[in-house]
Design a protein around this ligand. Sequence first.
Ligand code: NAD
Length: 272
Amino acid sequence: MQKPNERLKGQTAIVTGSSTGIGAAVALALGRDGANVVVNYHSSEKEAQEVANQINKETICGEAIVIQCDVSKEDQVQAMFKQTIEKFGTVDILVANSGLQKDAPLHEMTLKDWQLVIDVNLTGQFLCAREALREFMRRGIREGVSKSLGKIIHMSSVHQIIPWAGHTNYAASKGALVMLMESICQEYAPLKVRCNSIAPGAIKTDINRDAWETQEALNKLNELIPYKRIGIPEDIGSVAAWLASDESEYINGTTIFVDGGMTCYPGFTENG
Ligand code: NAD
């Protein structure tokens, strides 16, 4: 675990869906690096407060608060940004992490489940990115705080490139994120906005409990991971904190795969 430092001192980050899993680890990593952090939650207020308490305990220069918001609702996203700006003055970093799965074979998938996944995983990312861009442009560059006007990090998935039978709505939402992220980069990089994605492989969280809960399931999962271990949320947190910092200043319009090699087609290892 990274020791508390001041790499993101004076910057404010919104991390959506950060009461649990990957988002919680990202919020903690940004907090340890000195950022003010908005721990956004949808329904788990208690867990969100625990994440904020942990940040406030460990940070040497930032502060964490919790804000409830359904990222698929325009008015709620706008209210979250407004509240954040009232409290901290601006937003420098957005980690659009919220996401969910509603799995079914495509011929049995309801429109409701298709729509929910697209609304949260794609429209939610659009709504949050749009508000972040508006705030970055309103505020202008903060000399001495960050070299960039602002940083947007989309939480994608290896399924932005690996098709996923039985999870078509999810894979379609993550595939679409590539073009959202790259188009934002193309459009706003001239203003010094950085927009990138992180594409996790299999990370041990509630979203994929079935895939790691039993040893049998874990063994099967490891067949898909050349590095032979399931990821942990902190694997993503450390990358997100670095990607939000000026240390990665020249990285823009890129997806960073954090997957233990999952996207290297391990099924072909002994198949040549
Ligand atoms: P998780 O279920 O712990 O986290 C998802 C978070 O999104 C939860 O906190 C949930 O409350 C929140 N959320 C859901 N609907 C929301 C809404 N309408 N508004 C606001 N927040 C909402 O699972 P996780 O694994 O930590 O997932 C985080 C992100 O990482 C997701 O985008 C997921 O697609 C992505 N991801 C996860 C894995 C993995 O293996 N765990 C792999 C690839 C990508």
